[in-house]
Design a protein. Structure first.
Length: 187
């Protein structure tokens, strides 16, 4: 369902000629530049074997741990914010045994429903600032097509990063190799 939401959003954006994000996407695709690096040394194009082996090495170095029910990788991002650290849970999507997308969920480790400073709104601002620094990029605010919720997105070459609030606690990031995504849609 979330994939349909993002796909629908992208289609909606394609129809808007004056949208700065769409103009950026077009110019980045035409540039032919590839940005395969993601975070922690992970990259688009890694085989599943390389991904699991690399994460196992990060785990042995105590950089990451297993996520809930061993269904994701957990990375604790230290911050100076009220919400203490940020927990990042991530897992890739494979196409022909290679990573072309990574889905991540961020939340404050000190989240509490009564503490507004640990809400997803505050977290979104912090994640935008963090990822803007990691990737030296600017995120654009985009209205969602169905629920009028906000989506933030950026693109560098083939790498798109889309952020959205999932719950009062969580922000989701989707890192996508848009060239592979476009090829999959054309199959």
């Amino acid at each position: 369902m979330n994939r349909l939401y993002f796909f629908g959003l992208i289609l909606l954006l394609i129809g808007c000629n004056n949208n700065p994000y769409i103009n950026l996407e077009r110019s980045e695709i035409v540039s032919g530049l590839r940005y395969d690096s993601l975070f922690l040394g992970l990259k688009f194009g890694m085989s599943s074997k390389d991904f699991y082996s690399y994460c196992w090495d990060l785990n042995k170095k105590k950089i990451v741990t297993n996520g809930p029910s061993n269904r994701s990788v957990r990375y604790q991002i230290p911050t100076e914010s009220v919400g203490q650290n940020i927990e990042m849970l991530f897992y890739p999507v494979f196409n022909n045994d290679t990573v072309y997308e990574v889905n991540a969920t961020f939340s404050y480790t000190a989240w509490a429903p009564w503490n507004k400073e640990t809400s997803a709104e505050y977290l979104m601002d912090e994640i935008i600032e963090l990822l803007s620094k990691w990737y030296v990029t600017e995120f654009y605010e985009i209205k969602g097509p169905k629920n009028k919720g906000k989506l933030y997105a950026t693109i560098n070459g083939n790498r798109r990063i889309a952020l959205t609030k999932v719950t009062e606690r969580e922000v989701r990031a989707r890192f996508t190799d848009i060239l592979t995504e476009k090829n999959l849609k054309n199959e």
